[in-house]
Write a protein that binds this ligand. Structure first.
Ligand SMILES: CCCCCCCC/C=C\CCCCCC(=O)SCCNC(=O)CCNC(=O)[C@H](O)C(C)(C)COP(=O)(O)OP(=O)(O)OC[C@H]1O[C@@H](n2cnc3c(N)ncnc32)[C@H](O)[C@@H]1OP(=O)(O)O
Ligand SMILES: Cc1cc2nc3c(=O)[nH]c(=O)nc-3n(C[C@H](O)[C@H](O)[C@H](O)COP(=O)(O)OP(=O)(O)OC[C@H]3O[C@@H](n4cnc5c(N)ncnc54)[C@H](O)[C@@H]3O)c2cc1C
Length: 675
């Protein structure tokens, strides 16, 4: 289209300059050819079904939006059953429907909580009902007064041996369950976390399966108060979810509805704890944090895909002699803001794949009663969840700005993506609280290593993602050998400075804490520094996993070369952003920092001809992207123009309210001017 400057062929031209095999990159991104094929099939299935349309979603009222979500969830389930989709296919289909709703919590938390914390007998009873949607479940942990501090929850489950029942009760206003998704309107059941009290003793937080609503008419059961907690940030967005409030007034449940895999209450009311660590109670959170890391790359890649394609279409300013306007993607500033985000999308994808492997490995070990890797799983999931979600939320907002004014329109898809995504920084563990968990581990290891540094070669070595800390003697004094910009292309050079920075920051904290009157005071005082040390450690994990990915066989002409560039961009943009850390810990010199920046500029120029193809490799349909700016065909302007007319304000030429408010005002002003 030549009309008005929109040039869809522009993207075809961009695709022609790619220096790698896009299909090969799709496989590297998805993990296997099979994964590409299934994802593609499910995405197209959703995109071609009119029930799953979402283009007017931000214009719906809350009630309409919620009803639309119920309709989509029911239709998705119907298609899953009709087509006999596998679990993998069904999960992807739900992903591409792309509308937060009760099903996310049913499959994402209710079912995993029963699987992880229920006995075999309990699983046999409850899971088949959940699998067939005969019951709908949610995860009711957070309360009005307590979220981060799980040990501070107030809801009680008091055992009554005379009836062989627990009495669920909300003793205070602050003990009201508050936030659980799916609770407000949809769920019939919940896994409720409450303080277990038996024989007059409080045994702390345990999980209980509680029926909340009638299976006949969906009304709340006696003693149960339920509702939605109200509208949330943004139009459309997370308002499709019925985050709810729940109060119990002495509600009775049978004893066998306590989740009893970790501990039991006998018929007589005796509390028995099995030999498994009590932290397994938090297992569902570890599982979900792991899925959230994988989801970060999806949200980030969507935003980046929109911003890259639109930046290739959008033109501003010509050359001095009145030549054609320049694609904004050619501006170095646009590249230096956008390409690190593109690189981060790939980095998070690969670290997400690794974390999934780690989670599976830990789960298998737990089944064999080997609990040794549990702290590693907790620290990795908590740290990666925190760092990837914070960076992704910031990146989506940056992509909105990269799209200029049009990025602020709902039709760009970016405001809604941000509004849906940003609570990921809070739910499943506030990001600061989770980073502090990582810093506890780092502090303990650093303190131990400082004490035992002389015997470290013979002492107990740290393993897993903290293994590098065992190399303390080298990392505390090493100096980077980088001498030219190109030296920074060497993964070993990158790894060394990231390891040295992370370790030195952890050791500095441990030294300063040891000077405080007590460890507790020191920890509190130093907590801002501990957070930064935790971030440095997590960034090291992401960089390392990207480097390790590149050691694998990655087929397809040019694919590995592009990934190598993205890996260098990811690491070096972090180095540039956190230059203060690297300089103040003496890991690099100012000159080496400048060389890293010089190389970054060169790498951006090399990525430029590949940028559109690199986002095509995410393989997103226009339906899933949900953005007129990110359309595959690049036909942006007609789409923007057409979209505007769909707004309810444009249903009439003269607006509602004209007669009551505009006309009298205008007439009055006219009269006054004639006086
Ligand atoms: C179709 C597929 C769908 C896929 C999935 C989709 C999911 C849907 C997506 C989005 C929907 C939104 C979902 C949101 C749901 C929620 O938000 S649920 C509520 C989540 N709440 C939290 O995350 C609360 C955060 N707080 C905590 O996790 C903990 O309380 C804490 C980590 C802050 C620890 O507090 P603290 O008081 O210090 O610890 P204790 O409880 O006493 O425990 C101390 C020891 O336990 C270790 N530990 C802590 N957590 C874990 C864990 N998860 N795993 C293993 N170990 C853990 C901790 O390190 C201590 O160990 P030491 O004693 O050895 O030091
Ligand atoms: C969209 C959404 C969906 C949710 N879904 C569910 C669900 O399905 N089920 C469920 O049970 N819950 C759910 N939640 C609740 C969620 O898990 C909690 O909101 C979250 O764990 C944070 O807890 P909080 O709200 O108590 O925050 P707070 O802990 O009150 O945080 C407030 C501030 O205090 C800071 N802070 C807190 N503790 C410390 C500390 N020790 N040191 C330093 N700073 C600290 C935090 O960093 C933050 O800045 C959901 C929340 C949201 C927003």
């Amino acid at each position: 289209m030549a009309d008005g400057g929109g040039e869809p062929d522009q993207l075809a031209g961009e695709r022609a300059t790619a220096q790698f095999d896009v299909d090969g990159m799709k496989v590297a991104w998805a993990g296997s050819r099979h994964a590409v094929e299934v994802a593609d099939r499910m995405a197209r299935l959703v995109a071609s079904d009119p029930v799953f349309r979402k283009d007017t979603r931000t214009m719906l009222s809350r009630k309409e939006l919620f009803k639309d979500t119920l309709k989509k969830a029911a239709h998705a389930w119907k298609r899953i059953v009709e087509l006999r989709l596998t679990e993998e296919e069904a999960n992807l289909l739900r992903l591409y429907v792309d509308q937060p709703g009760y099903v996310d919590l049913h499959w994402g938390m209710f079912v995993p909580a029963i699987k992880g914390q229920g006995t075999e007998e309990q699983q046999k009873k409850w899971l088949p009902m959940a699998y067939k949607f005969q019951i709908i479940g949610c995860y009711a942990q957070t309360e009005l007064g307590h979220g981060s501090n799980v040990q501070g929850l107030e809801t009680t489950a008091t055992f009554d041996p005379s009836a062989d029942e627990f009495v669920m009760h909300s003793p205070t206003l602050t003990s009201s369950k508050w936030w659980p998704g799916g609770l407000g309107k949809a769920s019939t059941h919940a896994v409720v976390y409450a303080r277990l009290i038996t024989e007059g003793k409080d045994y702390g937080i345990h999980g209980f399966i509680v029926q909340l609503r009638s299976l006949d008419d969906h009304s709340p059961l006696p003693g149960v108060t339920l509702g939605d907690i109200g509208g949330k940030f943004g139009s459309g967005a997370y308002n499709s979810m019925d985050n709810g409030v729940l109060r119990f007034d002495h509600v009775r449940i049978p004893r066998d509805q306590m989740l009893m895999r970790l501990s039991q209450v006998t018929r007589e009311g005796k509390y028995v704890h099995s030999d498994v660590p009590k932290q397994l109670l938090y297992g569902t959170m570890v599982y979900v944090r792991q899925t959230i890391v994988a989801d970060a790359s999806k949200a980030l890649s969507r935003a980046v895909c929109i911003a890259v394609r639109y930046s290739a279409i959008r033109k501003q300013f010509g050359s001095q002699d009145g030549g054609p306007e320049t694609q904004v993607l050619n501006y170095k500033t646009q590249q230096s803001r956008l390409f690190p985000l593109l690189a981060s999308a790939y980095a998070y994808r690969f670290v997400g794949q690794w974390l999934k492997w780690l989670y599976t490995d830990v789960t298998q070990k737990l089944e064999a009663k080997d609990y040794s890797t549990l702290p590693e799983a907790h620290a990795c999931t908590a740290g990666l969840k925190s760092v990837t979600t914070s960076a992704t939320a910031d990146a989506i907002e940056e992509c909105r700005k990269l799209c200029g004014g049009h990025g602020y329109l709902n039709s760009s898809g970016l405001p809604e993506l941000f509004a849906v995504y940003v609570p990921a920084c809070t739910y499943e563990g506030d990001n600061v609280v989770l980073l502090l968990q990582v810093s506890v581990v780092l502090h303990l290891v650093a303190r131990f290593l400082m004490k035992t540094v002389a015997q470290v070669a013979t002492g107990k070595q740290p393993v897993g993602t903290i293994a590098y800390m065992g190399n303390i003697q080298h990392l505390m004094q090493c100096k980077s050998a980088v001498n030219t910009a190109e030296d920074w292309l060497n993964p070993a050079a990158i790894k060394e400075v990231f390891e040295a920075r992370a370790l030195r920051m952890a050791v500095n904290c441990a030294q300063n804490i040891s000077k405080a009157p007590s460890q507790e005071e020191g920890f509190s005082e130093l907590s801002p520094d501990l957070l930064e040390a935790a971030v440095a450690h997590v960034q090291l994990i992401i960089v390392t996993k990207f480097i390790e990915k590149l050691q694998e066989d990655i087929p397809g002409p040019g694919v590995k070369e592009q990934l190598q560039k993205l890996c260098s961009i990811y690491a070096l943009h972090l180095l540039h952003k956190h230059l203060g850390d690297f300089l103040s810990t003496g890991c690099i010199t100012a000159r080496q920092g400048a060389l890293a920046n010089e190389l970054l500029g060169k790498l951006y120029a090399q990525v430029r001809p590949n940028a559109v193809a690199l986002v095509d490799a995410f393989d997103y349909t226009d339906h899933y992207l949900g953005s007129v700016l990110g359309r595959y065909d690049g036909d942006v302007y007609p789409a923007l123009y057409e979209e505007a007319w769909k707004d309810p304000l444009n249903e009439t030429v003269v607006p509602d309210g004209y007669q009551e408010h505009l006309r009298p005002l205008l007439k009055q002003q006219l009269k006054l001017s004639r006086l």
